[in-house]
Design a protein around this ligand. Structure first.
Ligand SMILES: Cc1cc2nc3c(=O)[nH]c(=O)nc-3n(C[C@H](O)[C@H](O)[C@H](O)COP(=O)(O)OP(=O)(O)OC[C@H]3O[C@@H](n4cnc5c(N)ncnc54)[C@H](O)[C@@H]3O)c2cc1C
Ligand code: SF4
Length: 511
């Protein structure tokens, strides 16, 4: 089969690429492994999505989050299904990471956006240090992507700090009372926090208008309001603006004089131009193989994150009973060179019903007797999840051996000190805002588990073997563009996907 443009993948980077190419009048074909949720899970979603939350039977409420709420699992299972990380036939061995990291590929229709946290921020001006492009290059593409993901945002203090996107419509989400109180207290201490280099505001989330404040976000939005790239690709296919083929595993590609030939699980495809949006691990594997770079080591950079639980000193009515969303409620940016040379991004989460089971695990055999205490504490808990720049984070070394990526951990001697400095600054700001930081309970995230990873085939002004030019073309290739985070020269701390999409949109617009 032939197309002018073939895009591998229907995740956020594939969707952004498709938008830009369709806008140029190109004939676009999306090839996708396209794993979907099973009928039971789909029925549950459709059933819940067809009525208002007050009409949900208790059995559906229980079913949607049963696995995640259980005391044995913190896994991400939208609508109770494991399709997000399910490996299609032929790729069963893909995910063997040897215990080195927590990054996983997704072969789902829509990729990782089926289970993501939907937090969206552009990078800060300083985040482009070491990149061959700057904020001015991405700004028009952030602006193009914002309506596509349904960015809900308030024009607050963060808008002056992250200037990459202009917030046109002030559309705040249904915040929890805990978040409202926290932000009000921070507002009252704005001067002091500013002296600490702490900027703050409501979270920016890729949630379309119409949120029912039903608190189910962590289990999958029954109303399909949390941005899902697969749904958006499906809509474009239904409208006839592109062609979509799911159930296709791309196994290899090669450029020739007039185009690119793809070998797939369902036969051969031809394109004038190829865009690879398969996510960091599948893209790295595919490209190393196509370039014959067997044994060549690449470095997948990570953004180290950690969890810092805190208790609020003020009282609120029972947070479990109020209407709210349950994704990140507030963002903090720390811009203080004495703490970190690069901007630190932190997401703050208020009450959700996974807190108590998670705490129960930590109480082990005493969980039963401690239940009343756990319930009471979980209702006062606010958890900060700070992210660090890749320059102070460990990384993943990867090389292709046969058909498999083999990994090893690359330590960063600066990580421990960086976490300690950030922890101290966050604790100081938190105390000023009426929180008690539980610093002994700080928990670092495992390598890759933030899914803010990339940089295995970085864009450079003058690329060498294993690197790309500013249009994502690996050295030696002319018609093949990598459009996912594999081409990011560094991994800055703020949320990654908005920048992945903007960069994909830039490459696809200029290619
Ligand atoms: C739990 C979780 C929470 C997250 N929260 C956030 C957040 O709040 N904010 C944020 O910015 N980011 C977040 N992320 C990260 C975000 O989901 C990813 O950055 C984003 O999905 C990457 O998009 P992508 O299109 O590059 O790749 P993916 O989403 O991985 O999509 C890859 C696509 O390629 C297809 N594919 C792969 N290999 C092949 C092949 N060989 N043949 C055919 N098709 C193939 C897959 O089927 C899929 O459609 C989170 C991720 C997770 C898992
Ligand atoms: S609260 Fe979350 S799950 Fe409920 S409608 Fe809003 S976005 Fe969807």
């Amino acid at each position: 089969m032939k197309a002018q443009d073939i895009i591998i993948g229907s995740g956020p980077s594939g969707l952004a690429t498709a938008h830009a190419r369709v806008a140029q009048g190109r004939d676009v074909l999306v090839l996708d492994a396209g794993v979907e949720m099973e009928a039971d899970a789909r029925d549950l979603r459709n059933r819940m999505g067809s009525v208002e939350p007050a009409g949900w039977p208790g059995s559906d409420r229980d079913a949607i989050g049963a696995v995640r709420r259980s005391e044995k699992s913190d896994s991400i299972r939208p609508f109770g299904s494991d399709f997000l990380f399910r490996l299609p036939p032929g790729l069963e061995n893909f995910a063997d990471n040897g215990g080195v990291h927590g990054l996983k590929p997704s072969f789902a229709r829509g990729g990782l956006s089926n289970g993501w946290g939907a937090s969206v921020l552009p990078y800060h001006r300083q985040d482009f240090e070491g990149w061959p492009i700057g904020l001015a290059d991405l700004a028009p593409h952030y602006q193009a992507i914002a309506p596509l993901v349904g960015m809900a945002a308030a024009r607050d203090g963060l808008a002056d700090f992250y200037t990459g996107v202009t917030i046109g419509e002030d559309r705040p989400l249904p915040q929890s009372a805990q978040a409202r109180e926290l932000l009000a207290r921070m507002e009252a201490k704005r001067g002091r926090l500013s002296d600490m280099g702490v900027h703050f505001g409501a979270s920016r989330q890729a949630i379309a208008p119409g949120c029912r404040a039903c608190a189910m976000c962590l289990y999958g939005c029954p109303y399909g309001l949390i941005f899902n790239a697969g749904d958006a690709v499906e809509k474009m296919a239904a409208a006839g603006t592109l062609r979509y083929q799911g159930g296709v595993i791309v196994q290899g590609f090669a450029e020739h004089g007039g185009g690119v030939t793809l070998a797939t699980s369902t036969g051969t495809f031809e394109a004038e131009r190829l865009f690879i949006a398969a996510g960091v691990l599948p893209t790295t594997r595919l490209v190393l193989s196509a370039l014959g770079l067997v044994g060549h080591e690449v470095v997948i950079q990570d953004s180290q994150h950690f969890y810092l639980p805190m208790l609020h000193r003020w009282s609120t009515p029972d947070p479990a009973q109020e209407p709210r969303h349950t994704l990140a409620q507030a963002f903090w940016a720390i811009d203080a060179p004495e703490v970190e040379r690069h901007v630190v991004h932190a997401q703050l989460y208020t009450y959700n019903d996974t807190y108590a089971p998670d705490m129960a695990q930590r109480f082990g055999p005493f969980a039963g007797v401690a239940k009343p205490l756990i319930e009471a504490l979980s209702r006062r808990l606010i958890v900060a999840q700070p992210f660090l720049h890749s320059s102070v984070s460990p990384a993943i070394g990867a090389r292709l051996v046969g058909e498999r990526l083999i990994y090893h951990r690359i330590e960063n001697p600066r990580t421990g000190e960086a976490i300690a400095r950030v922890r101290r600054r966050i604790a100081k700001a938190a105390w000023a805002a009426g929180l008690v930081p539980l610093t002994p309970l700080l928990r670092p995230g495992t390598l890759g588990s933030s899914f803010h990873c990339g940089g295995s085939l970085p864009m450079r002004e003058s690329p060498i073997k294993g690197e790309c030019d500013v249009l994502g073309r690996p050295k030696g290739l002319k018609r093949t563009h990598i459009v996912d985070a594999s081409v990011f020269p560094t991994i800055p701390a703020p949320t990654i996907t908005f920048s992945v999409m903007a960069n994909a949109h830039r490459i696809a617009s200029e290619a």
